[in-house]
Design a protein around this ligand. Sequence first.
Ligand SMILES: *Cc1c(COP(=O)(O)O)cnc(C)c1O
Length: 478
Amino acid sequence: MTELNDMPPEELQRHGHDVFDWIARYFGEIEELPVLSTALPGQVAAKLSGPMPEQGSGFDSIMEEFERTLLPGITHWNHPAFMAYFGITASGPGILGEALAAALNVNAMLWRTSPAATELEEVTLDWLRQMVGLPDAYRGHLQDTASTSTMVALAAAREAAGIDVREQGLAGRDLPRLKVYCSEDAHSSVDKAAVTLGIGLENVRRIPMDRRHRMRPDALAAAVANDRLTGALPIAVVATAGTTSTTAVDPIDEVAEVCERENLWLHVDGAYGGSAAILPELRHLFIGWERADSIVINPHKWLFVPIDCSALFLRNPELLRRAFSVLPEYLVTPEGSSVTNLMEYGPALGRRFRSLKLWMTFCYFGRQGLADRIAEHIRLAQQFAEWVGEEEGWVVAAPVPFSTVCFRCEPPELDPAAVERINSDLLERINSTGEVFLSHTRIGGKFTLRIAIGNIRTEERHVRRAWELLRACAKEVQ
Ligand SMILES: *Cc1c(COP(=O)(O)O)cnc(C)c1O
């Protein structure tokens, strides 16, 4: 019955070599590919249309189809000129770790379903905790994304609020409205968590920001007081360390003050910015986060680990366990409470062996290697901001604490409507070159360009080229 077996080992070895040759070639030639896919909607699906193959085919022909049909529909996040949103990187060690994790294919749901997967997760996250300077008390858990980490953290906050939603649910009870607070620029994942957890979008209070786009603690305190007066139940505050729009850092220490006084859960969203706490010279931005109940940092964002990999730290992991632990008989093991069973700390039972790629990336680069790369990205962003600031008709639109610059082309002779049009046309124009990919945000209602440096392969020449292209494209759209 050999025909019912998997791909034979010799074949796996041969194609494995081919795939890794392909990957190495890909990185060698990536700069010749358009960073932003030029595929039109439906184009990829149309090429794949037709029935599912009745009979299997050789892997060579599958690879050919991958190159021919799928590759044109790929936006190259690994391209050194990918500077939109927040850059992410599949580093070499991360890719190898991901491949090995797929090969082992362990499910890290229980300690005994792979002790190494659980213990490596505990060890690597403790390394991360130490790298970013958080106190010993914090325990880390890997989730897929920051959106899940924040949702899970807010579920723990809801549990900690003592209203027993776990047992009784939310509907059909006499409960006050639950309130969650975050800044106007906090990530949409806070809204999604409110939707998922039955808190409701109306109960996410967006707190006004100061001129540097940071949550105003006085406005937070006022909102909480006001909500208490109306009979609502404030449960949590999400402070952001590096907002997605401008990378502003909320005054975490002052927000923590309010949380402690009001007995509110403090969650810090450092999905992007948190990694920069590896640099001692930037620690001052994070003062107060050691008072948080939970903190999320995404190694898949700025620590060169392939997506997905999000680290959620909790000061009291027992609250997370209380929120999510359900233990049916078929999951009971003789180790009992002498071990950690990670499935108790989130909504999923099955868990990928994500810590393997994290560990391999950490070991390969070392703390110093990671810190040097993050410092270089910040240097490049400061450099870019300097070029923009010195150029007539261009402005830097927000402070630059990390590696992201918000900026606008503002020719002095043009009226505001024309300036708006120029900036949005400029973005389309530069992205259509295929040489660089930028994105935008809105600051004070104004369309603002945004360059985010975070890919491990980005060098000064790529940032310089982006600036050259921006100036050239700006002339074309005026
Ligand atoms: C990217 C980002 C998120 C969402 O991250 P995912 O891992 O994609 O869910 C949340 N918050 C901030 C501040 C981010 O920058």
